[in-house]
Ligand binder design. Structure first.
Ligand code: NDP
Ligand code: 8X3
Length: 258
């Protein structure tokens, strides 16, 4: 039996594209009240407008960089205040570069660590205490299959996602007995702006990642997220690995090139 999300408040980080954007639409379809976070305010405004128009839901947008603890904490506090947050989707994240450690760029490493690990912690720290105080709430962390299985030159990105996975696992202890649930979702290859960001706008290189097979769509992952969020209060899905059928592992993807 699924529970209703109607009127529930859902905070989604990284909602301006890809998985986060699709997750906003999916929660809107279920009647949830949305709080969308990302740096690109215009994109957020367009997505919010579509959610309002198509599903008549309330949407707030927060233009913020999750790497900036002071900014994200005070913006979440100002916008949400004492309102209850029912679901937090920690989705904001990125990859930069694909190089061995010996030639990797330390600025890229810092950006990935600051966004994927520290950003997730800052948002969680801002919102989890009130969930615990209310004795209900759910945190859904978007990690990756890259946090379970290494691949060549994945080094720092894989390490950040392994950290997210371990945070999800250790948070099970932190929230145990409080009524709050934590879910870790590890998607395989999803066609979004992810590779465009990784390869700094190189469209041809980014497109190659998704050629010759059917990758997951952002909506496939969004539907998985909403499935987890609609389980009854006594059911906690700790861990999900969702892959394209053509992907056996991070290193084995069945591609048919024409
Ligand atoms: P996109 O590049 O399409 O989306 C990334 C989102 O993260 C954007 O909305 C971006 O918004 C936001 N973001 C990035 N940095 C920051 C920041 N500093 N502060 C606030 N928001 C930020 O990629 P995906 O949708 O694919 O990625 C979403 C998550 O899914 C990531 O955590 C990624 O690691 C993970 N993932 C992706 C997979 C894939 O194959 N695509 C597979 C497995 C996991 P903005 O730039 O406007 O701030
Ligand atoms: C994104 C999937 O395999 O490109 O986490 O790292 S992969």
């Amino acid at each position: 039996m699924s529970v209703t999300l109607h009127g529930k408040t859902v905070v989604i980080t990284g909602a301006s594209s890809g998985i986060g954007e699709a997750t906003a639409y999916e929660f809107a379809k279920h009647g949830a009240r949305l709080v969308l976070v990302a740096r690109r305010a215009e994109r957020l405004a367009e997505i919010a407008e579509l959610c309002r128009k198509d599903h008549n839901v309330e949407v707030q947008c927060i233009e913020a960089d999750v790497r900036n603890q002071a900014q994200i904490t005070s913006l979440l506090h100002d916008n949400i205040g004492d309102n209850a947050v029912d679901v937090l989707v920690n989705n904001a994240g990125l990859s930069r570069g694909l190089d061995p450690v010996q030639t990797g760029d330390s600025i890229n490493w810092e950006e990935m660590i600051d966004t994927n690990i520290k950003g997730l912690l800052w948002v969680t720290k801002a919102l989890l205490p009130s969930m615990i105080a209310r004795g209900t709430g759910m945190i859904i962390n978007i990690a990756s299959v890259a946090g379970r299985q290494a691949y060549p030159n994945g080094n720092v990105y894989c390490a950040t996602k392994a950290a997210v996975r371990m945070l999800s696992e250790t948070m099970q202890f932190d929230v145990n007995g409080t009524g709050v649930r934590v879910t870790n979702i590890d998607p395989g290859l999803v066609e979004t702006e992810f590779s465009l960001v990784r390869f700094r706008g190189d469209e041809q290189r980014a497109a190659t990642v998704y050629k010759g097979y059917t990758p997951l769509s952002a909506s496939d992952v969004a539907e998985t997220i909403v499935f987890c969020a609609t389980r009854p209060a006594h059911v906690s899905i700790h861990d999900v690995l969702v892959m394209p059928t053509a992907q056996a592992s991070t290193q084995v993807v069945h591609k048919v090139m024409t």
